[in-house]
Ligand binder design. Structure first.
Ligand code: ADP
Length: 226
C-alpha cells in the first residue's frame, strides 16, 4: 500500500513542489496519476522510490515509513517497487535477456532463479522470441515492453510507469496500457503517470489529478480538463 498523509515537499525557497498531498493506493489497484508539467508528478515518484524524503507529512510505501527509514533499508524498499522510466534506461550493449537478467544479478539472485524467471517475464510481455536482440534492434513499443519486463522481474508488489506511452503511437500505447492491465490482473499494484488524457479515458480506472502540488480530483474514470 502507498499512503501519503499531508505531504509537503519543498526543494528550497519558493512555493513547495507538493503542498499537502494525501492519497492512498491499495494493494492490487490500477491507478493513473495525471497533471500538467511541473505539477509534482516526478516528486511523487521520487518520494515513493525513497529518492526524496518529505519536508513534512508522512509517506508509507509497502510497509516502510519513508520518514523513519534507514539508509540501509532503502534497497529493500526499492525492491518492493519497480519503476519503468520514461527513457527506458536499457543497457544498449546487453541483449534483451541480459537486460532483464542483470536486474536480478544486481540483487544477488542465483543463476538458477534467473534461468527460470527471465523467460517467464519475457513471455509475459510478449518478447520470448526476441531474447537475443539488442535494445537498438527493436521498436519503441518493444523497448517499452522490455523496460516493463525488467521492472517486473524481481516480483515487486508495485509498478510505477512514468509516461510509458510518451513516444508511442496510439495503437502501441493502447497495447502497453493493456499489458499493464494484464500485469495488474496478476496482482501487481500499478501506478501510471501520464498526461495523455485521451488514453486515460479509454480505461475505466481511478484517476488522481494533481495540479500545482495538490490533488485536485481523485475518482474513477474522471479527468479534469484544464
Ligand atoms: P512534474 O513531474 O509534474 O513535471 P515535478 O515534480 O518535476 O513536476 O516538479 C514540481 C515542481 O518542483 C516544479 O515547480 C519544479 O520546478 C520543482 N522542482 C522539481 N525538482 C526540483 C529540484 N530538484 N530543485 C528545485 N525545484 C524542483
Amino acid at each position: 500500500m502507498i499512503e501519503f498523509t499531508d505531504v509537503v515537499k519543498s526543494y528550497g525557497h519558493g512555493s513547495p513542489a507538493l503542498n499537502g498531498v494525501s492519497m492512498q493506493i491499495e494493494d492490487g489497484e490500477f491507478c493513473f496519476l495525471v497533471g500538467p508539467s511541473g505539477s509534482g508528478k516526478s516528486t511523487i515518484i521520487k518520494l515513493i522510490s525513497g529518492e526524496l524524503r518529505p519536508t513534512s507529512g508522512t509517506v508509507h510505501v509497502n510497509g516502510y515509513n519513508l520518514e523513519r527509514i534507514r539508509k540501509r533499508e532503502i534497497p529493500y524498499l526499492r525492491r518492493t517497487t519497480g519503476v519503468v522510466f520514461q527513457d527506458f534506461r536499457l543497457i544498449a550493449k546487453m541483449s534483451v535477456y541480459d537486460n532483464v537478467a542483470f536486474a536480478m544479478r544486481v540483487i544477488g539472485a542465483k543463476e538458477r532463479e534467473i534461468r527460470d524467471r527471465v523467460p517467464y517475464v519475457l513471455e509475459l510481455v510478449g518478447l520470448e522470441n526476441k531474447a537475443k536482440r539488442l535494445p537498438g534492434e527493436m521498436s519503441g513499443g518493444e523497448q517499452q515492453r522490455l523496460a516493463i519486463a525488467r521492472a517486473l522481474v524481481n516480483n515487486p508488489s508495485t509498478i510505477i510507469a512514468d509516461e510509458p506511452t510518451g513516444n508511442l503511437d496510439p495503437a502501441r500505447s493502447f497495447e502497453i496500457m493493456s499489458l499493464l492491465q494484464e500485469i495488474n490482473n496478476l496482482g501487481t499494484t500499478i501506478l501510471v503517470v501520464t498526461h495523455e488524457k485521451d488514453l486515460v479515458q479509454l480505461f475505466s480506472k481511478r484517476v488522481i489529478v494533481i495540479d500545482d502540488g495538490i490533488v485536485v480530483s481523485d475518482g474513477e474514470g474522471y479527468y479534469d480538463e484544464d
